[in-house]
Design a binder for this molecule. Structure first.
Ligand code: MN
Length: 438
């Protein structure tokens, strides 16, 4: 696990003044990476680092020789459009680049004047996915979500016996993963009402969101090679927010015996910024399974994982309907939760993923699964919040929702806050549902 170093010092201030207000997601202690360009332009995307309300354009920084990362491979890969090659360089190089950026952006830096020309306002930017995503796996790491949803799908048998032993997951599609701002048509599919004799085909009637976190693999592994749990996080570049849109009526009919398929692969929305594991180092938490539960098998257990395998990340999901938008009513919170409720840690999920010998590649995305907490107000999907559609939510403009309607926008935000540290955030994942296509 990454140790604290001078880049985490909460007293550090940037010459980019908006980084210093204590409220921004992007103080100098964060320094997350994205792929961006000017909105509505045909410019090439390039890698940027968030600082306050600005983006430091790394291609410009490097090609104009304003800043040297003192390694030709770092300089070359940070000039790319996407992060895969930089992430493949490994942890020491990520850390070295972070040190360089932290020093250059600090108050008193000799680079201030020349770096001013390499800033771009976030308000004028649009984003691409930060990396090419070769493969995507979705886990199921909240036992609260697994129990809530299991009791709706299988009332007599909510939590299957493998749950407390294996980080359960399924292999999703990366082709339909978009970045914040994504819009997508309501999916169509085959569904069967419980009382109906036969299924029908048509637009999904029970469209849902899932508040999750994404784990981005930095350096890959070789085919046949597994990871020891204490080296797993060395392969993780960072994390993002993730909305795994889900079609519950399609899911209920198709999911047995091989798991989710078309109910999950029509769209997923990630936040543009990858917050590095190094930036998250001050927000680690202890981790354990309850004493009465099975304890992890040896390959999923280590003392480091128990001492600091967890992550304290506050999560919030909000809705803004078409009617709310037309009346200028701001988005309304549906639930708040925290990554610390996860039944499996990042290291356990990555270790388990590699344990069979399947190789990981730079840019692979693993999502945690819906990160619901123990309380009803921490249920991170409509199916849980409305008890399977039986208890509608009344919104502040008077509208009701069981599942999502066309025009609804779902916003996910996340941040870390702890005494004695600088608050850091993830930005947001925003996605909007369009009507089904003919
Ligand atoms: Mn999911």
């Amino acid at each position: 696990m990454t140790r604290l170093n001078e880049t985490h010092d909460p007293t550090l201030k940037s010459w980019v003044l908006t980084a210093n207000d204590g409220q921004t997601d992007f103080p100098i202690q964060n320094l997350p990476f994205a792929s961006f360009r000017k909105s509505n332009s045909k410019e090439d995307y390039r890698i940027g680092v968030a600082i306050g309300d600005q983006i430091l354009d790394l291609r410009k920084v490097i090609t104009t020789n304003v800043l040297d990362f003192s390694d030709t491979e770092i300089n070359r890969t940070l000039s790319n459009e996407k992060l895969n090659e930089f992430m493949a360089l490994g942890q020491d190089n990520w850390s070295s680049a972070r040190q360089t950026l932290s020093k250059a952006l600090r108050v008193g830096s000799a680079f201030e004047n020349r770096l001013q020309d390499c800033l771009f306002p976030q308000s004028e930017a649009e984003y691409s996915t930060p990396c090419v995503i070769p493969d995507y796996t979705d886990f199921y790491a909240s036992i609260h979500h697994a129990t809530n949803i299991g009791s709706l799908f299988r009332p007599d048998n909510p939590l299957l016996p493998n749950y407390k032993w294996i980080p359960i997951g399924y292999h999703g599609r990366s082709s339909s993963i978009g970045v914040s701002g994504q819009t997508f048509p309501r999916p169509k599919g085959q569904t069967k009402a419980p009382e109906a004799a036969e299924p029908t085909f048509g637009p999904c009637k029970r469209l849902d969101f899932e508040l999750e976190m994404g784990i981005i693999i930095g350096s890959g592994t070789e085919l046949g090679h597994s990871l020891k749990i204490d080296e797993a996080e060395n392969h993780v570049f960072g994390m993002c927010l993730f909305n795994d849109w889900s079609a519950r009526d399609i899911q209920a009919w198709e999911y047995q015996p091989l798991g989710p398929f078309l109910a999950k692969n029509f769209a997923s929305t990630m936040s543009p910024w990858i917050v590095t594991m190094e930036a998250l180092a001050p927000f680690r938490t202890e981790f354990s399974h309850p004493a009465q539960d099975p304890q992890p098998l040896p390959y999923l257990h280590s003392s480091a994982n128990c001492e600091s395998g967890g992550l304290d990340i506050h999560l919030d999901v909000l809705i803004q309907t078409e009617d709310m938008k037309s009346k200028g009513i701001s988005a309304q919170s549906l639930a708040t939760s925290n990554m610390k409720y996860s039944y499996w840690t990042v290291a356990q999920m990555v270790t388990h993923h590699a344990s069979g010998g399947c190789n990981l590649q730079s840019g692979d995305l693993m999502a945690t699964g819906t990160m619901s907490g123990p309380d009803a107000a921490q249920a991170c999907a409509m199916i849980e919040l409305t008890k399977g559609g039986k208890e509608p939510i009344v919104l502040k403009n008077g509208e009701k929702r069981t599942f999502l309607e066309d025009g609804d926008t779902i916003v996910i935000t996340g941040y870390c806050e702890r005494e004695g540290t600088a608050r850091i955030g993830f930005g947001s994942s925003v996605g909007t549902i369009l009507p089904a296509r003919d």
